[in-house]
Design a protein around this ligand. Structure first.
Ligand code: PCA
Length: 199
């Protein structure tokens, strides 16, 4: 049976909750029979995420599925590219620094994102692939994971799932902002986990 490391993020900045952790918790209420899942909650902190991933990836998992919330996005998006760029707050106007000095400009996730999206859409869940995970912790988590996997020559394969906000988060915003129910996000996460090819 596949062994999967599944991560989500803590609240950060203006957010009192994080849709990724809410989704992960909801998903565990009805765990799929497979794969075997190890869950982690990561802080929204560059050094801490590198440190935590460095330790957790020693677990020799078949897959690491990283999740985070993406305020403003209208549907679940599977990130296919991570960039060696980081900004302090994730603001696009900031001048970025490299995540890993002398690391490659980008790493690609080699998982079948497009077919996974099709599976989700067939199940009635809006989903798309994305080629830009931003320049904040979500991009960093995927970049760090792929960098560690490459540097250590691990068999682990990595994927990043960006989730819309929870409606309760959107409800607290003065401006309109898209959201998706945590139950639907959890259903999507279950489908993604169940559809991972046997390693
Ligand atoms: N979303 C942020 C960081 C943590 C999270 O859940 C991002 O998209 O980078």
């Amino acid at each position: 049976m596949n062994r999967v490391l599944l991560t989500a993020f803590e609240p950060y900045g203006p957010w009192q909750t994080n849709a990724s952790w809410l989704t992960l918790v909801e998903m565990t209420r009805e765990l799929p029979a497979q794969p075997a899942i190890t869950t982690r909650l990561y802080p929204v902190d560059f050094d801490a995420v590198l440190d935590r991933l460095s330790t957790d990836l020693v677990g020799d998992y078949d897959y690491v599925i990283l999740t985070g919330q993406a305020p403003g996005r209208t549907r679940l998006e599977l990130e296919t590219v991570s960039l060696n760029l980081a900004t302090v707050t994730g603001d696009r106007d900031e001048v970025p620094r490299p995540l890993i000095v002398e690391g490659p400009l980008a790493y690609a996730s080699d998982l079948p994102a497009e077919s996974t999206c099709q599976l989700l859409r067939q199940a009635g869940i809006p989903a798309a692939t994305s080629r830009h995970a931003g320049t904040y912790l979500c991009n960093a988590a995927l970049y760090y994971a792929l960098h560690l996997i490459t540097a250590r020559n691990l068999r682990t394969r990595a994927m990043f799932v960006h989730l819309p906000l929870d409606p309760a988060q959107a409800a607290l915003q003065a401006e309109p902002i898209p959201s998706q129910s945590i139950e639907l996000s959890a259903k999507a996460l279950r489908l993604i986990l169940q559809s991972l090819p046997t390693a």
